[in-house]
Design a protein around this ligand. Structure first.
Ligand code: ADP
Ligand code: MG
Length: 216
């Protein structure tokens, strides 16, 4: 469970996020919506330990991750959090399978286990026959599905997706969201998706709306 308490995030003197209390439970699919610049990515980065609040606490199972040093924080991210971004970059000289596998390096898995998981995830996202292809041989939708597989290699407890369908057509975007929903239900992880798309948001258990850095 993740809980934010009295969060303020400032860049120089500008306050970009101000949240008194917000909580995400296990087994929840939450959508975060809001205009560009409303603080969605900032919020996601705080939840995932990619950034620290100026003040306030981000509690993961009661532990304040904002107090972690860099080493502890990166271990936390590797073990507990999966990330999917709108524009992410696959390693161009690695195959699909290798791209999924490398995301498993922060966690000490045996190489056989890592390979096994990567193959299984490639199948789950419908890319079994593309495992040995290179990114340049894939469509945008397929690349985004590699990103999903990659984000799941360490069996995260929380999956954070920042506009994961932002550059996909509606058919591919539906497919990606359906896949995320299905995986979320099967694994009972917390899925938090930032989106501009109201249709996608409507599928979530809960919608959080941000305006000028505040929940509205
Ligand atoms: P969203 O994801 O909703 O579009 P962001 O969380 O990226 O919004 O940004 C919220 C506000 O914080 C914006 O005004 C943005 O310009 C500002 N901001 C974000 N990151 C930085 C940064 N690294 N340095 C300075 N300002 C930033
Ligand atoms: Mg953003």
């Amino acid at each position: 469970m993740i809980e934010l308490k009295n969060i303020v995030k400032k860049y120089k003197s500008q306050t970009v996020l101000e949240i008194e209390n917000l909580r995400f439970d296990e087994d929840e699919f939450v959508a975060i919506v809001g205009a560009s610049g409303s603080g969605k990515s900032t919020l996601l980065n705080l939840i995932g330990g990619l950034d620290k609040p100026t003040s306030g606490e981000v509690l993961f199972d009661g532990e304040n991750i904002s107090k972690f040093n860099d080493r502890k924080l990166s271990k936390f991210r590797g073990q507990k959090i999966g990330f999917i971004f709108q524009f992410f970059y696959l390693q161009p000289f690695l195959t699909v399978l290798q791209n999924i596998e490398v995301a498993g390096f922060p966690v000490k898995l045996k190489s056989k286990e890592r390979r096994f998981r990567a193959e299984k995830l490639a199948s789950v996202v419908g890319l079994k026959d593309k495992m040995n292809s290179f990114p340049r041989e894939l469509s945008g939708g397929q690349i985004q599905r590699v990103a999903i597989a990659r984000s799941l290699i360490n069996s995260p407890e929380i999956l954070l997706a920042d506009e994961p369908t932002g550059n996909l057509d509606s058919e591919n975007s539906d497919r990606v969201i359906e896949m995320l929903e299905l995986i979320q239900k099967q694994t009972k992880m917390t899925l938090i998706v930032v989106t501009h798309n109201e249709q996608i948001a409507a599928r979530a258990d809960r919608i959080i709306r941000l305006k000028d850095g505040k929940i509205c």
